[in-house]
Design a binder for this molecule. Structure first.
Ligand code: SAH
Length: 396
């Protein structure tokens, strides 16, 4: 019989709303023995069956739900069904000939908690972030090879969140060939080199695809500052949109080297592109003090908030960089600003931008709103899945 995890009295509410996590504080007891990641049944305090989940003894998130159907087992067929459903949502992307890369599995929102799979051309890059995902590695890979016989699979589970789940960091070829050091992918007609083995996350930030496209529309004849550029996706977009100049800033030299190659690869004018290895917080102040001006600034910082305790500090950080960016803009300039912190709600982020405008003594109009691209869906029961938000602001 499957091991049962019994919830404390009254702690079943979030599961009844189909939120896929059980926090340790909601657990009354475990009936039986389960190893890390093993599939268990979650029941309310009366013993009524609620969900089938993966057990994670070391994590604050003690269980993550695989299925809400009592007769559904978690096996190869389960993963095949999940993959097929996910592929169906992305078919319109997969059929386009101006892009070849997309997020195939977005964890909880695709019914596979702790699993991220990005597709870059014919390479599938896998990240297993939870004990349950790791426990299911073999059936998941079997399902992937069945559904994608032509794809190579590469593991990038070298992420520190695994430590919270008691897991080692892993990386390497799972199946098929080793990805080349730099794999060219296509995104809205741009060619971009992706370092699957050594790049950030799975190699590239697919979630910003639509915002990069929007940047093209705002770039014409503008002098652009691309903050936190990584491999220059926004820089290539700005150049394609006809900007007069684009300065990309990042602390990672490896990322900047790829950014430069990306500009070249697209046959764009390298003399209009600069790549600066610097700290954005510092550089913005240097530019302010020296009177440097821009017409378009992209502000795409890394995640500032890992937990609720960091939220207040993160708000100050966001306000600071956005205020500085506004001060660097010529009247009528555009600020494309983003937050990828899941704990930062969209309305709070909007308020921070409004506060930054007050401090910068500039009037700001919200022109357009962004979110993670459509291959990063948000299941309604798990609003935390909506992590990336952004605004195009006109700064008067
Ligand atoms: N805009 C990018 C993604 C940005 S990810 C894209 O479209 O692909 C965040 C980037 O910020 C990373 O490349 C990281 O190296 C860089 N970074 C982190 N802290 C930084 C800092 N203080 N100054 C400059 N870059 C920083």
């Amino acid at each position: 019989m499957t091991v049962r995890l019994i919830l404390a009295k009254g702690r079943e509410k979030s599961l009844l709303r189909r939120h896929p996590w059980v926090f340790s504080g909601a657990v009354a007891r475990l009936e039986g023995k389960a190893s890390s990641g093993e599939t268990i049944d979650v029941c309310d305090s009366q013993g009524k069956w609620l969900a089938r989940a993966a057990y994670s003894p070391q994590s604050q998130i003690r269980a993550r739900v695989w299925s809400w159907e009592q007769d559904e087992s978690v096996d190869i067929d389960f993963f095949v069904r999940r993959l097929q459903a996910a592929q169906l949502l992305r078919d319109w992307l997969a059929r386009r000939d101006d892009l070849d890369s997309y997020r195939l599995i977005a964890g909880e929102s695709d019914g596979m908690p702790g699993v991220t799979i990005d597709r870059f051309g014919n390479f599938l890059v896998l990240q297993l972030l939870s004990a349950g995902a790791e426990y299911q590695r073999a059936p998941l890979i079997a399902a992937l090879t069945q559904c994608y016989p032509d794809c190579a699979i590469y593991d990038r589970s070298d992420v520190s969140v695994r430590k919270k789940e008691g897991l080692e960091l892993t990386q390497g070829v799972v199946c098929g060939e080793l990805p080349p050091p730099l794999l060219p992918i296509t995104e809205h007609g741009m060619k971009l080199l992706v370092d699957i083995q050594g790049g950030h996350k799975t190699g590239y930030y697919l979630d910003q695809r639509d915002s990069r496209l929007a940047t093209r529309r705002y770039a014409k004849d503008r002098r652009v500052l691309n903050c936190f550029s990584y491999t220059g996706g926004f820089a290539v977009s700005a150049l394609m949109g006809g900007c007069s100049e684009v300065i990309s800033v990042d602390t990672s030299q490896a990322a900047l080297d790829i950014a430069r190659q990306n500009v070249e690869l697209n046959g764009l004018d390298l003399s209009k592109a600069q790549f600066l290895r610097d700290d954005v917080f510092k550089l913005l102040r240097t530019y302010r003090d020296s009177g440097e001006k821009f017409d378009l600034i992209v502000m795409d910082p890394p995640k500032f908030v890992e937990n609720k305790n960091q939220l207040a500090g993160a708000c100050r950080g966001y306000k600071d960089i956005n205020m500085l960016a506004m001060q660097l803009l010529n009247p009528g300039g555009m600020l494309l600003t983003f937050s990828c912190s899941g704990l930062m709600a969209t309305d709070l982020f909007q308020k921070i931008i409004a506060d930054a405008a007050l401090d910068a003594r500039r009037d700001v109009q919200f022109i357009e709103q962004f979110r993670q691209a459509a291959d990063h869906p948000v299941i309604a029961s798990y609003p935390e899945g909506m992590y990336l938000k952004g605004f195009a602001c006109r700064v008067l």
